[in-house]
Design a protein around this ligand. Sequence first.
Ligand code: NOJ
Length: 577
Amino acid sequence: MRHHPASPSSRLRLAFASLLLVVPAAARAQAARISGERVVPDGPLWIQKAVVYQIYPQTFYDSNGDGVGDLPGIIQKLDYVKSLGVDAIWINPFFDSPFNDAGYDIRDYYEVAPRYGTNDDARRLFEEAHRRGLRVLFDYVISYTAIDHPWFVDSTREERSPHSNWYVWTDNAWKSEEGELCNRFVHGYGQRNGNFMLNFYWSEPALNFGFHQPDPEKKWQLPVDHPDVLALREELRKVLRFWMDMGADGIRADMAGALVKGKGSDEDTKAFWRDIRGTFRTAYPEGFMVSEWSGPRDALDGAFHADFFHWFEGYNDLAQKESWRILNGFSEGHSFFDSAGKGNIAHFLSKYLEQYEATRSKGYVCLPLGNHDLARLNVRRTDAELEMIMAFGITMPGVPFLYYGNEIGMRQLYGLPQIEGAYYPRSGARTPMQWTPGRNLGFSTADPAKLYLPVDAATDAPNVEAQQADPRSLLNKVRRLIALKHSEPALAAYAEFVPLYAKENAYPLVYARADGADVVLAVFNPAARPESAEFPFATPYRSLRLLAGKDVAVTRRAGTLRFDVAGQTYAVYRLER
Ligand code: NOJ
């Protein structure tokens, strides 16, 4: 970690910037101020201003007309990806798989699945991306394998093999486990007298990273330094090196916190990832490690550069609190980003700030702008509402991850078949990218019945071609927002985040981002009604320059600033000194 205090002159200028933070007392009682102090976590420089675009390979672009997207298809669309202004792509798993979980269930870590192409296509994809200044992250899925991975098949046999201990097997098929592990075992599979542990779906047997404190009564619980466990870890490091040496630029680590088993295992899991971080430091210093842990305090503790904040209390408060928006039966209430204006941004912030403040010097907390496991942002939303959510995601700290299709406002689709473990709402968010108004919306030349998932049948389904041509389209607005991430020092991943007005059950939300003397203010009023905010503000400035959104009425009084914001309006301003 490097601390760079702002320069002496900017420090003087910022000395005025003493601001009261308006969030619930429980979250914070003390006054906050914009210090502009630069706290830069260790990691590659390029991620500091990066935006990452997530590509679901099944449904991005089908180059050979078989109805399923593929790697050559991604290559053909790299110019488009580059035109968004993003810095990198994360591609969901593209490895050989039986596809019980859309490819997360890997059968061969060293081979591209034939439906996506070949290893040569992957090599070419890395090269073509690099030629355009784009980096590529691959999905590193190592907490389990596919059920028909040869290692697992080997481990199911009665006779011992080098892979017998690579999975977690009990030693008595008749005996059930009790306590926290009780629901984690599959009984009656294979010849071996025992039950195997799963890590997600039943067909995803857990790889054996050992137990934090093996129960001496249960000899099958191996310690983390058991030679077979260590051999497995080395093999998984080899997998990492294989793709990184081929040209990948980093990893998104699936279920990163779920490796070592047993109570208190986080420290051991962290130790594994810290070791991988060591490999990055020495062999791939430009490589980016981002985790699906949703536990930044652990994930960023010497292990990852960034962690997603989505399987986390508070995340749903942003944009998917309503049961009809989250669509998985697990949430009730109101989103902050909703015209009804009944959300509670303070709840999101209290959870977010706990993590942000504890990890600011260590790494980045990333808020995904959609992903393949979440319903689309566009569940009954207008383009203006979607733009506001994009503006929020892009101006918050960390590295924004933008899910393909959300830049044009692709809608959540309903009534789709469950495919490859994509129980609803996943399937409705994984439909083909909409490139043109033509056949299959330009995704594929296949017979529509052969598509991986159907395309949006609405006559007004958004598409890239139409939006490229319209300067006021969501696509072009998102491009301009992404560009701000590069042009504004105060929007760097590490730049300071200071909520200025964020009250319990109230609108609008106002916050500052700051790096030295560079300050950006963001104000969001998703509610349909006008709202206003007055808050202490002593930072001197000459004028506010609008960077995105629409001007709001600003009243400057001694020591305070007041924003009167029309309904459904946001603004991002730079302070001009
Ligand atoms: C998270 C992935 O994003 C999801 O799609 C998958 O089903 C589970 N992890 C299991 O890997």
